[in-house]
Design a protein around this ligand. Structure first.
Ligand SMILES: C[S@@+](CC[C@H](N)C(=O)[O-])C[C@H]1O[C@@H](n2cnc3c(N)ncnc32)[C@H](O)[C@@H]1O
Length: 190
């Protein structure tokens, strides 16, 4: 049964802003973008595409970089609502980044982790290239298992060893000597 819930008004308003900016090339989603530093980095990397950073924390978004590229858009919304609305409106999603999501490590919290959340099949079916990064290997393993259950393909697990950190949490974990992991599901060929 499809996941059903009514998106909050503030998420709908944010989604309308997204729709108004959306062109024919679709968009890249930075889900749980925090301060938007990763949205800025992704927008610089993909200058031809709209890069949308979504976070529900006004406090984090208040610390957004001032020099965002013109193809970057930061929205305050519940990203679960944005995923649902993107699916309903058949938004073309080129890529999705889920960078260092809250781990919710206790057994009682498992449903809050994206791979076990009822929104997860929608995330996978929205498609594009999907990449999740975490400092917790269990999280990316669960993500790979859940993606394979929805999609039939087993995503690739890699370790992120070098390069400029893409987000504040990546920078923080790397500075603390954590091993960093990524799981990537390539886009489906049309
Ligand atoms: C651990 S932080 C990571 C932030 C950023 N991606 C990074 O790597 O620096 C997780 C972020 O996800 C956001 N978040 C968690 N659940 C969310 C939801 N349902 N909708 C929007 N943002 C959410 C939090 O507000 C927080 O900013």
């Amino acid at each position: 049964m499809p996941y059903q819930r009514l998106p909050a008004d503030y998420s709908r308003a944010a989604f309308d802003t997204l729709l108004a900016r959306l062109g024919t090339t679709g968009c890249i989603l930075d889900a749980g973008c925090g301060t938007g530093a990763s949205t800025q980095a992704l927008a610089r990397l993909h200058s031809q595409c709209l890069v949308v950073g979504v976070d529900k924390s006004a406090h984090r978004l208040e610390r957004a970089p001032r020099d965002l590229p013109g193809n970057a858009l930061l929205l305050r919304a519940d990203v679960v609502d944005i995923w649902l609305l993107m699916a309903e409106h058949r938004v073309k999603v080129v890529a999705q980044y889920l960078l260092y999501p809250n781990p919710w490590p206790k057994p009682a919290q498992i449903m809050r982790r994206w791979p076990a959340h009822p929104i997860f099949p929608t995330i996978v079916r929205l498609g594009g290239r999907i990449e999740c990064r975490s400092n917790w290997h269990v999280y990316v393993e669960e993500f790979a298992l859940a993606a394979a259950a929805v999609d039939g393909r087993r995503p690739e697990l890699t370790e992120i060893a070098d390069g400029e950190p893409i987000s504040p949490f990546e920078r923080k974990y790397r500075a603390s000597g954590h091993r960093l992991h990524a799981v990537t599901l390539p886009p489906r060929l049309p």
